[in-house]
Design a protein around this ligand. Sequence first.
Ligand code: PHB
Ligand code: FE
Length: 342
Amino acid sequence: MAMPESAAVRGPARPPQFNVVMSEPDPKTGFRAFELGQFHFLRDDYFVHLSWPTPQGRLEHRMSADAFLRSLMRDVAWGFFYGWVNFDPMFGSRNLYGRVQFFAGRYHEAYHKAGLSYVEEFDSPFAMATCKAILRDWCSAGFDPFAAPEETGSTWAGPKNGDNIEAIERTRVATKRMPGMSGDSPLRDDLPVNRAFADVPQDDPVIEVEPGFEGKLHAINLFKYLSRSDVTWNPSVTSVCRESLFCPTTEEYILPIKHGNDRVEWFVQLTDEIEWEVEDKETGKPRARLLMRPGDVASMPADIRHQGFATKRSMLLVWENARMDLPKLYETGQLKPYPVEF
Ligand code: PHB
Ligand code: FE
């Protein structure tokens, strides 16, 4: 069910070069407080408290700092991603590609219907600067928001204790054609094999090229490549054919965000298992649950939000279409939200 857009409160647009607004470090916790337009962000030992204006005064919402920072890390590393990045049922961002909306309650049916939702739009570079500043200040030493809990422990909790700048400056691997080709992204053979993938064969394919085709034919052992991934829930581009992107990823614990698709995407489960919870993109009402086993293929429609769960680290191939006109085609109904009519 679509809800009227006019019911969301819209903040003013901000000029592009607007300084990050932050407080001095809190004497008790050591963390700074931040503002992004009318949104206020504060963290303590365990929680992030965010608030926004409503006709009935400011509303405050609380998230675990762990979940908040893992979500914020994805927004930063993915440049606000495709469509909606819901940090939880209440708060998140919507990519307008050049501009970005942050929202609270907008896609929570009860809050939105009660007139308590809030949306504010920013130039992406300005919002990104604030997001990066929050991550830098709120991730203590040892906390890697891309790592599985067994790997990074409870280093996210407690008062400020140093930082982990190196970990939070990683971005999505951007490949031009395939990793390992000359001038392209590296194979990362130097990374150790992850504990969950100790049994993955590490042999490389033999490439025999006809004279004249040198540098044009390429192959990699994708399982070897993924077995050495040092991040979770971070699809990296590993083959590019025009707008068609293969984005495999290794998944352990919980996809921190609920992604609201603005296009259809395909999942191919390469190893182990992932359980997906699929909800209506607007209201959050449950639409489907699916358990994907090795070899299973699923298409995720353009009108849903979804979140994945994996007990054992698994390999997933996300197949994306990067055409920039797709969101419009789905929004205007020129394309159905699903890829196949049975
Ligand atoms: C997705 O939203 O489609 C997605 C994002 C991150 C992943 C896997 C899937 O690791
Ligand atoms: Fe998605």
